[in-house]
Design a protein around this ligand. Structure first.
Ligand SMILES: Cc1ncc(COP(=O)(O)O)c(C=O)c1O
Length: 369
């Protein structure tokens, strides 16, 4: 593959078998638990050519060597499993509820010490860095869309001798490439934008550090959190259209954020693409877009927000994000969601539908608040 290709081309060309007469364009779905002796793989938990094709493609987009896992949480758990007992992790106090819950339980059990900070407050993160082994950043955060100043924080963490891992699920490599800013690890819930069709669960880790790659690979072998070959094939099929889907969803999201901000039934819109958003200038300074998830609070409380979510006819009232179809939900319906997230906050994962159809559905749903 030509390594000067841009993301749109990489998504379509990478992870394909080498050309040969009558050779296949797409990787095979390798359904094998074992292999003949003498090769580098040997057993189905150690490697699989369908995962490898997907890993090449994600790695080419992120600019690092990649390993896929059975879920985003499996990928996150593999990273934390590498830390010696008692290590200090500095992490956002607001982010994906699964990550937050895992960090709290690792902290409470004494496995690691977590310094929870507001990642949008750069000074607070910098103050927490001395003695930190790993700075874990999710940016923009789920579901409040806070933006961490990645260039400054990554550089400062490296200077303090800390490793840096970035959950890039919301931004995607089309918006920011943390490895190129000096991060050690980029993590994805592949279940979201990269696969893009709400039909599989998968995670990935990418890194430029060979030694770290081999430790994470060993962790995957031993923890056994491997992806299924069929899911890997499906994710790669989805990845071919990721830039197209993401660009459409992102432009829909910006337009909906603007219209929602002007709607009288809305208390606040959370989207870094809005000029009025507290994160806007920072996001503009280093991100190439603002993503396709936005959140908003409706006037009233949880009941009003529940009624809005239940009233939609086009947007599906369901959790998750990053698929071609728009989804929304009231985040606090989950008991694991952080108490700092407002009760009436609705997270909207904007899909690729027609913008006017989406807006009509939002307008009629808001009438039920
Ligand atoms: C930002 C973020 N990171 C990680 C995860 C976990 O990924 P998975 O559900 O694939 O395990 C999610 C899931 O919603 C997420 O939104």
């Amino acid at each position: 593959m030509d390594d000067t290709y841009r993301a749109e081309t990489i998504a379509i060309t990478s992870g394909r078998p080498a050309p040969s007469a009558d050779g296949a364009l797409n990787p095979v779905i390798s359904l094998n638990s074992t292999f003949h002796v003498g090769g580098p793989v040997g057993y189905g938990r150690y490697g699989n050519e369908t995962w490898e094709a997907l890993e090449v493609a994600i790695g080419s987009l992120e600019g690092g060597k990649t390993l896929v896992f059975s879920s985003g949480m499996a990928a996150i758990s593999a990273v934390f499993s590498l830390l010696p007992v008692g290590s200090v992790v500095t992490a956002s106090h607001e982010g994906y509820s699964g990550t937050m819950t895992l960090l709290k339980s690792l902290n409470d059990s004494g496995r690691i010490e977590v310094r929870f900070v507001d990642v949008a407050k750069t000074e607070d993160v910098l103050a927490a860095l001395p003695g930190t082994s790993l700075l874990w950043l999710e940016s923009p955060t789920n579901p409040c869309l806070h933006v961490a100043d990645l260039p400054i924080l990554i550089a400062a963490a490296k200077q303090c001798g800390s490793g840096v891992a970035v959950d890039n699920t919301f931004a995607t490599p089309l918006v920011q490439k943390p490895l190129s800013l000096g991060a050690d690890i980029v993590m994805h819930s592949v279940s979201k934008y990269l696969a893009g069709h709400s039909d599989l669960i998968m995670g990935s880790i990418s890194t430029n550090d060979e030694a770290l790659f081999s430790r994470i690979s060993d962790a995957r072998k031993l923890n056994g959190a491997i992806a299924g070959p069929f899911e890997a094939w499906l994710a790669l099929r989805g990845l071919r259209t990721f830039p197209l889907r993401f660009e459409r969803a992102q432009s829909n999201a910006l337009e909906l954020a603007k219209r929602l901000a002007a709607h009288q039934g809305i208390a606040q819109v959370y989207y870094p693409g809005l000029e009025s958003d507290a994160n806007h200038l920072r996001a503009k300074s280093f991100m190439k877009g603002f993503g396709a998830v936005l959140s908003f609070t409706v006037l009233g409380g949880s009941h009003e927000a529940d009624r809005v979510c239940a009233a939609s006819k086009l947007i599906t009232n369901a959790t998750s994000l990053g698929g071609v179809e728009s989804l929304w939900e009231r985040r606090r319906r989950w008991t694991l969601e952080s108490a700092s997230v407002p009760e009436s906050l609705i997270r909207l994962s904007v899909g690729c539908e027609n913008i006017e159809d989406l807006w009509s559905d939002i307008q009629q749903s808001l009438q039920h608040a």
